[in-house]
Design a protein around this ligand. Sequence first.
Ligand SMILES: [Zn+2]
Length: 328
Amino acid sequence: MNQFSAIDFLYEAEKNRVLGQNTCLDCGGSLEELVNELFDTRYGIDGTYDIRRCVECGLEQIYPLPEPKELRDLYQDHYNFGGEKKTLYTNMRGYFLDSFLYRLWMWSDGDVSFHSRKGRGRLLDIGCNEGRSLKIFARNGFEVTGLELSEEAATMARADGFTVHTCDIGEFQPPALYDVVVLSNVLEHSLAPGQMLRDAARVLKPGGELLISCPNSRSWQRSLFSRSWINWHVPFHISHFSTDLLDRLLRKAGCTPVKVRQVSPGAWLASSLIVLAFFRRGKPTRELRNPLLFLLTMIAAKILLFPFLSMANSTGRGDALVIVAKKI
Ligand SMILES: [Zn+2]
């Protein structure tokens, strides 16, 4: 998180976990095996996971579903401030996000985080973390509010003057409805993605916009990189979506997709390449946090693989789904 809103949600969702272990997390349909023996390629976390697909609706989900307590500890250790504070990497990222270079990069890379979107009205960023995106959305004209389960991250965002609520979207009762709700790389962390979309729609005004980005289950890079694909991200990514599936889930939530794009972010591509080159099982891939290596890999890969990425995006096989939906 913007992916952090899953922490307490997962913690409280043990019932869903048990129910969903052998059935689809959304429709309750039965599951078929799809991919076996995936492992964490970022932090060196032990354990292997499979991906199973619902024969009814096509939702792909991790198997076994991780224990909420285990996940909570993992989020604490590896995401947010438990993992990283004021390192060279995070400092450089901060400078980059404030720069003209970043706006230029978004223009060429596809803007998977909706940071180039300008507008007015009330905006809710679900899983806002320490408020990195809130700053950008506010600069772009919105009146912003964040939702964040990590108290530590929320405190940091509040120190910058933002209103941040620390509760799950399912419990959130806003004082007024929103014009825009953002779910940027959050949905795939949810144990109940359909319900999360319905809750996001619930806090939107009629005609309001729901902005969603997530990995694409039909991505060419997923096939190409196999177990090194950065977006398997076990055990944090619980489910995987195709355009068709998200379209159906959004309509069930009372929203109509109005703009559906696919992009292949350079950062995701660089991450998969670095994992492919450096990952050793059971060890953290520290090279993912080497700013110079990361930047050079990202730029070189974007330039060299530009035709491949462009073709993937235009044929439904890009690495990320970027969707704007309107509440009916
Ligand atoms: Zn299903």
